[in-house]
Design a protein around this ligand. Structure first.
Ligand SMILES: Nc1ncnc2c1ncn2[C@@H]1O[C@H](COP(=O)(O)OP(=O)(O)OP(=O)(O)O)[C@@H](O)[C@H]1O
Length: 243
């Protein structure tokens, strides 16, 4: 469903992404992990077609994000970090606006909005202005926007960032409900969430993939059986902290 082929991106002299490749199938929730500045968001932005790669490609449901961007994007739901929301609109108004921008058939828009509201569990706040919602509900409105067109592939950049434990659990439950029918790529810094949320994890460091496996396989690479120490070992953090 998602086939990432040797993506590269530099900003001036900074080589942010240096040949990232992996594939992702339906039913997989892939945790995309790495230290700050490892290249996670840059990779996701290239896959989403909002940043042009220097080289490489991402095939979304077989469509190239480089040569067939619009078709590829139609198969993709993207929740960027700090997703933009229109504060003065209610969630249904915002989602109707998104549905029009997504060119969902006029006759199907109402159903699509209602389904996304139900799936993201935001029915109870549907009458409120987005600007008045808590962080967790705003994140869920962003998620509703990403799943509005029921895409087979989802890219979620830190979907639980800044949420309290109850809201984190609600977002994790939403991801689990969608998981069987979609391929889902999630970047997160919260390593404790990974075994609960992801069936597989990739660790990137300085723009390269340094590990790829199930959470249990990655944990085996640690000294103390924790994903955190595996992460430290596989990235430069342990060395950096010791300096
Ligand atoms: N628009 C840009 N212009 C210049 N440098 C950039 C730009 N976007 C990203 N970078 C640099 O590219 C590198 C990778 O950044 P990126 O945001 O992809 O990392 P990340 O893994 O998502 O980090 P974080 O976990 O902190 O969100 C960093 O060194 C960053 O400073």
């Amino acid at each position: 469903m998602l086939d990432i082929r040797n993506l590269e991106k530099s900003f001036g002299a900074k080589r942010a992404v240096q040949g990232v490749s992996f594939t992702l199938d339906k039913g997989t929730v892939l945790g995309f992990l790495g230290p700050n500045g490892a290249g996670k968001s840059t990779t996701m932005r290239m896959i989403a077609g909002v940043l042009e790669p220097d080289s490489g490609d991402a095939l979304i449901d077989g469509k190239s994000i480089v040569s067939d961007r619009r078709t590829a994007q139609a198969a993709l739901g993207y929740l960027p970090e700090g997703a933009p929301l229109y504060e003065d609109m209610t969630p249904p108004e915002f989602l109707s606006f998104m549905a029009a921008a997504r060119k969902i058939d006029r006759a199907k828009r109402k159903d699509a909005v209602e389904r996304a509201i139900a799936d993201a569990r935001i029915t109870t706040v549907a009458g409120q202005r987005i600007g008045s919602l808590s962080k967790g509900y705003r994140r869920r409105v962003g998620l509703a926007g990403a799943i509005l067109h029921d895409p087979p592939v989802l890219l979620l950049d830190e979907p639980t960032d800044g949420l309290d434990p109850n809201q984190k659990r609600a977002v994790r439950a939403l991801i689990a409900r969608m998981a069987p029918t979609k391929a889902i790529l999630i970047s997160t810094h919260t390593l404790t969430e990974v075994p609960a949320m992801c069936t597989r994890a990739i660790i990137v460091d300085r723009g390269r993939v340094v590990a790829d496996g199930t959470p249990a396989e990655l944990t085996e690479k640690s000294d103390d059986g924790s994903l955190e120490s595996a992460f430290m070992r596989l990235t430069d953090q342990a060395e950096a902290n010791a300096r």
